[in-house]
Design a protein around this ligand. Structure first.
Ligand SMILES: Cc1cc2nc3c(=O)[nH]c(=O)nc-3n(C[C@H](O)[C@H](O)[C@H](O)COP(=O)(O)OP(=O)(O)OC[C@H]3O[C@@H](n4cnc5c(N)ncnc54)[C@H](O)[C@@H]3O)c2cc1C
Length: 331
């Protein structure tokens, strides 16, 4: 089996649906497998109450998986990734993939280095393209220096663990005629290393930041939580999501889950508004691959203007309401 399967996707399924980014990983894995005349395996980590055969496995197969290994999250602890490392490592040993794909989100970025270390594999994070040399060797392109440079990497280990940026691969079209195999992967129960005392989940409202086509982000220049109310109006009229710089989050103006950047989320929208954000490389690391950045800043020398396609020098509190009024006329 191992000589044919050459890519593995790790999907942490919440409820009974996979996210768009998981299907994008599946599409990337399919590209690698097709190049090597091989197959795609998925390791789906499933909530205990979900029946994998009902819709998850058929959906994954129709979207490119040849084999679906699944493991119940009953014995996996989200706050103690050791158990996840264990089950992913078992899947790697089983299928000996050429590439293991995870989404470049908090979960993927946390898990990937541990899995790579355990399997003594190379790791490439924040990948935004997969290509092949003439001899079929895989090349991975990742952004670095806050989106100002790209690295092209040729892995030198039999397996490479890859975290994939969102929205760089299109999910494959559904193919209901595809046939695949489904089997359970036993999870070895590990003794917990930490005890979870409390967990508060933030309620998800509106468009998910990572999936949004339009993101309106605010920084210190927005002046406080009230400033974000104005940005909310702009985001709402473009069906966009709100984001923020680290400073705005650290000051407690908005939740940390809104943070875009090196130590926050990576977004690749079609349109990214950077409002009152100076454009530090740490921030650009999270939005540098947006198709278009529009910057609003009072300082004409702010670094954000060199990353922006369009820039307006001025006070956001005058410009944002004017933009909202104009967009409301046409959208
Ligand atoms: C290891 C590390 C990781 C980091 N990770 C991140 C990260 O993930 N994300 C992140 O964002 N940062 C991150 N940072 C912090 C980063 O270096 C910057 O400090 C931060 O991005 C600056 O935030 P800002 O642009 O909101 O604030 P500032 O740099 O203070 O910029 C505020 C801007 O607002 C403009 N302004 C002021 N008033 C107005 C107005 N009325 N209208 C319009 N514009 C106005 C100013 O001209 C200025 O350019 C990290 C730093 C480190 C060291």
């Amino acid at each position: 089996m191992s000589e044919r399967i050459n890519s593995l996707v790790v999907i942490d399924v919440h409820g009974s649906e996979c996210s768009l980014s998981d299907l994008e990983c599946l599409s990337a894995a399919f590209t690698v497998a097709a190049q090597n005349d091989g197959q795609v395996a998925v390791l789906a980590l499933i909530d205990p109450e979900i029946d994998v055969d009902l819709n998850i496995a058929p959906m994954l197969i129709s979207k490119g998986a040849d084999k679906v290994f699944w493991a119940s999250k009953e014995n996996l602890a989200e706050h103690d990734l050791g158990s996840y490392v264990q089950v992913v490592s078992e899947a790697i040993e089983k299928v000996e993939p050429k590439a293991v794909f995870l989404t470049h989100n908090n979960f993927g970025a946390d898990l990937a280095p541990r899995v790579a270390f355990r399997s003594r594999s190379a790791m490439v994070t924040s990948t935004q393209a997969v290509s092949f040399e003439d001899k079929g060797e895989m090349l991975l392109t990742r952004v670095c220096y806050g989106g100002r440079a790209e690295q092209v990497i040729k892995p030198a280990t039999p397996t490479v663990v890859v975290t994939l940026r969102e929205k760089v691969f299109e999910p494959l079209e559904d193919n209901e005629e595809r046939i695949g195999e489904v089997s359970e992967l036993g999870v070895q129960t590990l003794s917990p290393r930490v005890e979870l005392l409390e967990q508060n989940r933030e309620e998800q409202k509106g468009v998910r930041l990572e999936n949004a086509n339009v993101v309106v982000s605010g920084g210190r220049g927005v002046g406080g939580p009230d400033g974000f109310e104005q940005l909310k109006e702009l985001a709402e009229c473009l069906n966009g999501a709100l984001g923020a710089s680290r400073v705005a989050c650290d000051l407690g103006w908005v939740p940390h889950s809104w943070q875009v950047g090196l130590s926050g989320k990576t977004v690749s929208p079609d349109l990214y508004f950077a409002v009152g954000i100076s454009g530090a490389s740490h921030h650009l690391a999270g939005c540098g691959s947006a198709k278009m950045i529009v910057a609003i800043n009072t300082d004409q020398d702010a670094p954000i203007f060199s990353a922006a396609k369009y820039g307006v020098v001025g006070d956001y509190s005058e410009l944002v309401p004017a933009l909202v009024a104009e967009f409301k006329k046409i959208v």
